[in-house]
Design a protein around this ligand. Structure first.
Ligand SMILES: [Zn+2]
Length: 765
């Protein structure tokens, strides 16, 4: 928090407390003030004009990188806090679609307790201590990793140290633990002396649960040959070298298996390895005895892959529309079908790939629907299977539709149909046998280098179908596009440069238990009824990332909300439960398992509401809710309003209530753990995180470090969560679950939370 803010805010707090008519424990500043109560509160705008906004810290300037850490001006109509001229006395208004309104008269929590929560949250907030420990001491927390288990246990001990009951809830196991140690990649030149002289540190990643190097591995960088001539020119240098894969995207498209993205390449490597072991592939096909040389026969037509049933397995295709460049972008799908439940991944090669969520297959209509979280936000996808073609679309907003069409991947040799002219020559010059990609692979290069489409390298990966018996063996790193251009231009100019990569990857045989950390403040009147404050503790673990804004910030906000409520001795009527989920990045695994158990025990009816903070370091600036829930949420969040002044934004960090006919923020499937509850009709809220931070800059990228955190926002978020939970835990009833009957003036603004495709940089999610 900048030095200015506290004094100013304390002034405001003093006023707020006055309004709330209760004395707070004197803090240092207040001690100096005369005993007499401050004069009657005057509108905030009367406060002296604030000094010029201080310069945002370096991290927020991020000039050097393509996608800055802070985003540009807030688009018109998008709420980003209440300007001073609109704000009213603290806690006396709620914000409805951006406009201050009178607070509905709903009796919720004790005003004195709310005042103590505000005082504790503003003047003794420890959210940054939790965040600093989670990131710099415990580090990135991949599902199933040692670091995450340590974080689960640390959080449990924190909760217990504040007097809460807390335990680890095991939601399952994973087959193999993956621990990533310190990793580096640098390019340089080799001196005569054999000494390696690094010239550039790369920003890169390698998928989680992927092959590492056994210590630093150094090799010359060779561009992936695409023609026989190119292959002949480099074949003697391939062993132990690093293969530079042509960047695809922006109109540049790779060919054959090498173009399909990291996961498609891993499939190609595994398949080629199988063929080699089966003797189906040899670098030098067996020489035919002279006399037996048969007449060169026309190459048999590439046999299209045998049609397979349903949608299980791999698909490849092209997506068009929205911001996708002219000509479309290649994408891949891979599905596993159990009954009507579909799991799997979707990916845009070298850009981003990740798990699909809420996959549903309807065999009768041959239709598939799922939601997928991409850098541009979350979208719902619906596909129809017609023969061997899967065609689908994703409605981004009322005028943007992404069209997708996919087929089964063709066997490698069929991948690159050659123009007629080339065909006779190739057949003439290349005896029947392995493709260029296969031959390069068989020369045992050190590994492969692919390029990201921008300056961000996003980490993903999955542990499905993994066992100690089939651990990946082939190394691939993805570098940011400027690193690719640095390498590519030097190699293309005929330069000889080397790459040294050290990937410290450790696999531990499972089953590895995986946990959510749960804690609670028991309700004093209705202990079986529950309000849940939560966030996911797991993160991706790419080199450079500490898993800060996805999602140590939400986890720290949840921890601090619990500490504040414990510190003020809150005694809510209903139980307030704090949950740190894991397995979120792999498909909401921890929350889905928890919801499944509550459902089996018929306990979902007792959950009043579930709140998820998973929008990074921005402040809790809004809730999308049903029109029937406005009164409760308005009264619950009103005490936050007019209290947190940001001198940087020149705004009050208020909570904007946005009613509609659908719950929870964004599409019903949604992209975080609240969706697991929404799927069962339980009110699940994804805090609409508002502010100057550009979420996409740290989302799964190398930049997700502590310096992205904005303390004043996290102080608001943790205090807001404490107040909202306490108030709803004291509400007259559980939150309504159905919208108001149609004929009622339903205040339906059908605010679509789906982020517009105008800003490809992820605004949140
Ligand atoms: Zn997240």
């Amino acid at each position: 928090m900048s030095s200015i803010a506290p004094r100013r805010l304390v002034l405001a707090a003093g006023l707020a407390l006055a309004v709330l008519g209760c004395s707070s424990k004197p803090t240092s500043q207040q001690a100096t003030k005369p005993a007499t109560p401050p004069p009657a509160p005057t509108p905030i705008t009367a406060a002296p004009t604030p000094p010029p906004a201080p310069q945002p810290p370096a991290a927020e300037q991020g000039a050097r990188r393509e996608s800055p850490a802070t985003r540009g001006p807030t688009p018109p109509g998008r709420f980003n806090g209440t300007p001073p001229e609109l704000a009213q006395r603290p806690g006396t208004y709620f914000v409805l679609n951006g406009t201050p309104e009178k607070v509905p008269a709903v009796k919720l929590g004790e005003r004195a307790t709310v005042a103590r929560i505000i005082d504790e949250g503003k003047n003794r907030n420890q959210v940054m201590d939790h965040l600093t420990h989670l990131t710099t001491k415990l580090g990135p927390r991949l599902t199933g990793s040692s670091r995450l288990e340590a974080a689960n246990r640390w959080a449990m001990e924190q909760f217990q140290s504040w007097g809460l009951e807390s335990h680890l809830y095991q939601w399952g196991t994973i087959p193999v633990r993956f621990d990533r140690g310190p990793s580096h990649a640098k390019v340089g030149t080799m001196r005569e002396s054999g000494e390696f002289r690094p010239t550039r540190d790369l920003e890169f990643t390698a998928p989680a649960w992927s092959a590492g190097t056994n210590g630093p591995v150094r090799g010359q960088i060779i561009k992936m040959p695409e023609t026989e001539e190119q292959y002949e020119a480099v074949k003697d240098k391939l062993a132990g070298s690093w293969i530079l894969i042509k960047a695809s995207g922006q109109g540049r498209r790779g060919v054959g298996p090498m173009s399909g993205g990291a996961q498609a390449r891993q499939r190609f490597f595994a398949e080629t390895r199988r063929k080699i072991e089966a003797g189906e592939l040899k670098l030098q096909p067996d020489a035919q005895p002279e006399e037996a040389q048969p007449e060169p026969q026309p190459a048999p037509e590439a046999k299209p892959a045998a049609p397979t049933e349903g949608i299980a397995g791999a698909w490849e295709g092209t997506a068009t529309g929205g911001r996708i460049p002219e000509g479309g972008a290649p994408f891949t799908l891979e599905f596993k079908v159990e009954g009507d439940t579909v799991t799997g991944t979707m990916g845009y090669p070298n850009y981003h790939s990740g798990p699909i969520k809420d996959g549903k297959w309807d065999n009768a209509s041959k239709t598939l629907t799922f939601s997928w979280e991409g850098p541009g936000g979350t979208g719902t996808y619906s596909f129809k299977l017609d023969g061997q073609t899967l065609s689908g679309q994703s409605q981004r907003d009322e005028n943007t539709v992404i069209a997708l069409s996919a087929k089964r991947p063709q066997p490698a040799e069929a991948a690159a149909p050659q123009p007629e002219a080339a065909r006779p020559a190739r057949r003439a010059e290349r005896p029947k046998g392995p493709s260029i990609d296969e031959r390069v692979f068989m020369h045992a290069p050190a590994g492969y280098i692919s390029a990201s489409g921008d300056e961000l390298v996003r980490t993903s990966g999955n542990f499905r179908n993994l066992s100690m018996a089939n651990l990946p063996k082939d190394v691939e790193i993805t570098v940011r596009s400027s690193d690719y251009d640095y390498i590519n231009s030097r190699v293309s100019d005929g330069g000889t440069i080397h790459l040294e990569v050290n990937l410290d990857h450790t696999f531990v045989e499972g089953p590895i238990p995986v946990y959510n950390t749960i804690a609670e403040i028991k309700g004093v009147e209705l202990p079986d009824e529950v309000v849940i404050i939560s966030a996911h503790l797991d993160s991706w673990d790419g080199p450079g990332s500490l898993g800060t804004t996805d999602n140590a910030t939400g986890s720290s906000v949840t921890l601090e909300a619990a500490r504040i409520l414990a510190a003020v001795g809150a005694k809510p009527k209903r139980t307030i439960r704090f949950i740190l989920w894991t397995g979120e990045e792999q498909g909401l695994l921890g929350s889905r398992a928890y919801v499944r158990e509550l459902k089996e025990k018929d306990l979902l009816k007792n959950i009043s509401a579930v709140f998820v903070d998973d929008g990074g370091t921005n402040f809790q600036g809004g809730l999308h809710c049903l029109d029937s829930q406005v009164d409760f949420l308005a009264a619950a969040t009103a005490p936050v309003n007019g209290v947190f002044w940001s001198s940087t934004d020149q705004r009050f960090l208020d909570v904007n209530i946005q009613p509609g006919r659908r719950m929870g923020g964004g599409i019903s499937g949604g992209s975080s753990d609240h969706a697991s509850f929404l799927a069962e009709g339980v009110p699940g809220y994804f805090w609409d995180e508002v502010g100057r931070a550009n979420y996409g800059y740290g989302w799964h990228t190398q930049n997700d470090k502590l310096d992205l955190a904005i303390p004043e926002y996290l102080i608001q978020s943790s205090t807001c969560s404490a107040i909202t939970a306490y108030n709803l835990a004291n509400a007259p009833t559980l939150l309504p679950r159905q919208p108001l009957p149609r004929n009622e003036d339903s205040k339906d603004t059908s605010a679509s939370a789906e982020p517009s495709s105008s800003n490809t940089q992820a605004t949140a999610r």
